[in-house]
Write a protein that binds this ligand. Structure first.
Ligand code: PLP
Ligand code: ZN
Length: 480
């Protein structure tokens, strides 16, 4: 049997500045516009030539690739022409990212919420968050640059709420020389598991006092003044890779997105940017004929995007906010770098599907953590940000923005295990007051101790077994 071929198409990608509308060559690594410091999107000057292939044909091509054993086409580059059609096959790095499952809500969860819903489990990526989608693209492009320029040293750097650094460290370690990875983290503001990831991958880990926004400013200063490769989502190559999330949703639902509503947590706003950009691209190529509705979700403790969109359209003003402690810690960002991208894409989106096709929902901390617990006690593996999506969906329904006929697709952006620190805090009622969370008995689950070590030591092995069985049988109400 012959496998599908690696695509022949090569695009004419360029950086397009959302601030001054200038374009710049991709032969240099840019993060922001050298003229106006605006943020970039990567656009393909040859994109219109892709329209010569009808939507039906695209769907066939992409479906054929879904069965390919060609590793270069198994991850995000299954959608090669729509992602970064400038990297060569030899540049592509694939660690098993993408292609994450869409799991319908358990019968109980659906009954409890009264909504058709499904989680897309992006925690099932290699470093256990969606960040791997963007990192696979950014590192593939970096490999191309290293190959073409013969660089003998590349220092990659990022600020992180935890998952960006885990992902950068993993991909950096896999690529190896000449790439070295440095990550900068806000001290005490990433979970134990998230800190262990870059350490385990051998990256240089630097901690700074403050929150993510403080680290981001330091990293930007470094990127402006030294030769380092910035891997935050300000890097437009990351956005391209993350568009694969949208492509996969479309493909999974047989390219029919009528009546679908996609819920995404917003932190630095890279993910929601990518998801909207992805759906818009497929729409332009007529691969899909309807756009799903988009619901961004933010905690009331970090909600600058919500605040912007909750103002009347004509007098909207953007202001960064000072964040407060949040269980959706990966999204605890007061000044999202991709805000101008969201603005531009939401406008495009609403032009096509009208008012109501894009919303930002605000939820409380209590609802976020309980959204996670509710999901996971029904057999899901949502992180706190996945819980934030569930809370956002319930809020959208309550506010009359979502109706029961729609299918909600919730982004479980990371694996539950990464955020078990917050589950522990809930179960042991040890949140500091700033979280504003009061645990409720119905959600609390703690281990039961039926015998002390001292009691065990007084017993023979046989007596211990019998005594333990007696305690457990009593506890569970078992009868022989
Ligand atoms: C990074 C991250 C977010 C926020 O995504 P942005 O692209 O920064 O908006 C949400 N959830 C998890 C688990 C993340 O790692
Ligand atoms: Zn500019």
């Amino acid at each position: 049997m012959t496998d599908v071929n690696f695509p022949d198409y090569r695009g004419a990608l360029e950086y397009y500045c959302l601030g001054c509308n200038q374009v710049f060559s991709i032969n240099k690594l840019h993060y922001t516009c050298p003229r106006c410091s605006g943020v970039f999107l990567l656009t393909d000057r040859s994109f219109d030539s892709l329209k010569q292939t009808p939507g039906r044909k695209w769907r066939e091509i992409l479906d054929a690739r879904a069965a390919s054993k060609n590793l270069a086409l198994r991850g995000i580059f299954r959608f090669y022409e729509l992602i970064a059609p400038v990297v060569e096959k030899q540049d592509i790095i694939y660690l098993g990212e993408g292609n994450t499952p869409i799991i319908p809500a358990s019968k109980h969860l659906e009954a409890q919420t009264g909504q058709k819903l499904a989680f897309k489990n992006d925690g099932q990526n290699p470093s256990a968050s969606f960040k791997d989608r963007g990192m696979a693209c950014a590192f593939s492009y970096l490999k191309k640059l290293v190959r073409e320029n013969g660089w003998d040293q590349v220092l990659t750097i990022c600020a992180s709420t935890g998952d960006t650094s885990a992902s950068a460290a993993l991909y950096g370690a896999y690529v190896g020389e000449p790439v070295k990875t440095v990550v900068i983290l806000p001290m005490g503001k990433v979970t134990t598991q998230q800190l262990s990831q870059p350490l385990g991958s051998g990256a240089r880990v630097i901690e700074l006092p403050g929150v993510f926004d403080d680290c981001m400013r330091v990293v930007e200063y470094l990127a402006d003044n030294f030769r380092v490769a910035l891997l935050n989502s300000k890097n437009a190559w990351r956005i391209l890779g993350q568009e694969s999330y949208a492509f996969e949703i479309a493909q999974w639902y047989d390219w029919d997105l009528q009546g679908k509503a996609v819920f995404v947590p917003i932190g630095n706003a890279g993910n929601i940017t990518a998801i909207m950009a992805g759906f818009l691209k497929m729409y332009e190529l007529e691969i899909i004929t309807a756009l799903p509705r988009i619901f961004g979700v933010q905690s009331s403790h970090a909600d600058p995007v919500f605040k912007y969109y909750s103002q009347d359209r004509q007098d909207r003003k953007y202001n960064p906010v000072q964040v407060q402690a949040s269980v959706a810690q990966a999204a605890m960002i007061g000044n999202p770098v991709s805000f101008p991208r969201v603005q531009a894409l939401a406008q495009k989106y609403e032009k096509i599907e009208g008012d109501g096709s894009f919303h930002v929902i605000q939820v409380e901390e209590q609802a976020i953590v309980e959204g996670m617990l509710l999901a996971n006690q029904n057999g899901h593996i949502a992180c706190t940000q996945g819980g934030e999506c569930l809370a956002g969906m319930l809020k959208a329904r309550e506010s009359g923005l979502l109706n029961r006929e729609e299918t909600a697709i919730l982004d479980a952006t990371a694996h539950a295990l990464k955020f078990s620190d917050f589950q522990d805090k809930y179960f042991s009622n040890s949140f500091s007051p700033e979280y504003e969370i009061t645990p409720r008995q119905e959600y609390i689950n703690l281990p039961v101790e039926v015998m002390s070590l001292e009691d065990k030591n007084r017993l023979s092995q046989e007596e211990f077994t019998k005594a333990a069985v007696k305690e457990i049988a009593g506890l569970l109400g078992l009868s022989s």
